[in-house]
Write a protein that binds this ligand. Structure first.
Ligand code: SAH
Length: 227
């Protein structure tokens, strides 16, 4: 876990504190119940993950473009996926597929011992890494790779989160899930996607649907083919 008080001292967190508070209130009204997740989202400034020109919309509950045809996820969905993954319990080692700008990774870093995150677009990861440094989030390990293959060298993971939607549940991720372990991921195409919860326990894997969602494409060996 990371001591977030240093953010305040660095002066990054304060400017947007009030707008951030309004976003947290909105997420609570939308049904997010895990106060630990809401506290992390209250501490991590979202505006520094996006282009300055979009700064005024940083605390709206919307996804925004981050370049390379990708987006920063909507705060509600970040909160919801983190809440489902935590299920009220402390997270230790988490694997994230689809770093993007790194906002979800940062929220996880505030809540877990260590975050492993994989992004396939190199310049996006380079920028995310600079943001992690700026926020002094030193418990995030990252690499450029096809995340549908997971990160076998660091498996197993008690928790896995995928922030892009593929046509199916990538088998390597199921294999790299610890027992017990939990994974959240969107599955589907542009016509419709469902957030799935995959649980592994006692050698058995169970899959349940959580809710409808809208993500960019998961592109890779166990995802969609690159255009
Ligand atoms: N977690 C981000 C969401 C970024 S959008 C946030 O907090 O806002 C999803 C990201 O998944 C994109 O950056 C996209 O490039 C990446 N992605 C798509 N397919 C991937 C793959 N096979 N491996 C790793 N990253 C992938």
């Amino acid at each position: 876990m990371v001591d977030l008080t240093n953010l305040r001292h660095a002066g990054i967190g304060m400017t947007s504190a009030r707008t951030r508070g309004r976003l947290i209130e909105r997420l609570r009204n939308e049904g997010i119940k895990d106060e630990t997740v809401l506290a992390a989202m209250n501490e991590i400034p979202r505006h520094i993950f996006i282009d300055e020109a979009l700064g005024t919309r940083a605390y709206d509950d919307v996804s925004l473009p981050i370049g390379h045809g990708q987006t920063i996820s909507q705060p509600y969905i970040v909160a919801r996926m983190t809440e489902v993954l935590r299920n009220g319990k402390q997270l230790n080692r988490v694997l994230e597929i689809g770093t993007g700008c790194g906002y979800q990774s940062a929220i996880l870093a505030a809540l877990c011992e260590r975050v492993y995150t994989v992004e396939r677009i190199k310049p996006l990861l380079a920028r995310a890494r600079r943001t992690f440094d700026r926020l002094q989030l030193y418990n995030i390990m990252s690499k450029v790779a096809d995340g549908t293959e997971g990160w076998p060298e660091n498996a197993p993971f008690a928790a896995i989160i995928v922030t892009a939607a593929g046509p199916l549940i990538p088998q390597p991720l199921v294999d790299q899930l610890a027992d017990p372990g939990v994974m959240v991921l969107p599955v589907g195409d542009r016509e419709g996607q469902t957030l799935m919860l995959v649980r592994k326990e006692g050698g058995e894997v169970t899959i349940t649907a959580v809710e409808s969602v809208c993500f960019v494409k998961l592109v890779g060996t166990h995802g969609w083919k690159a255009a």
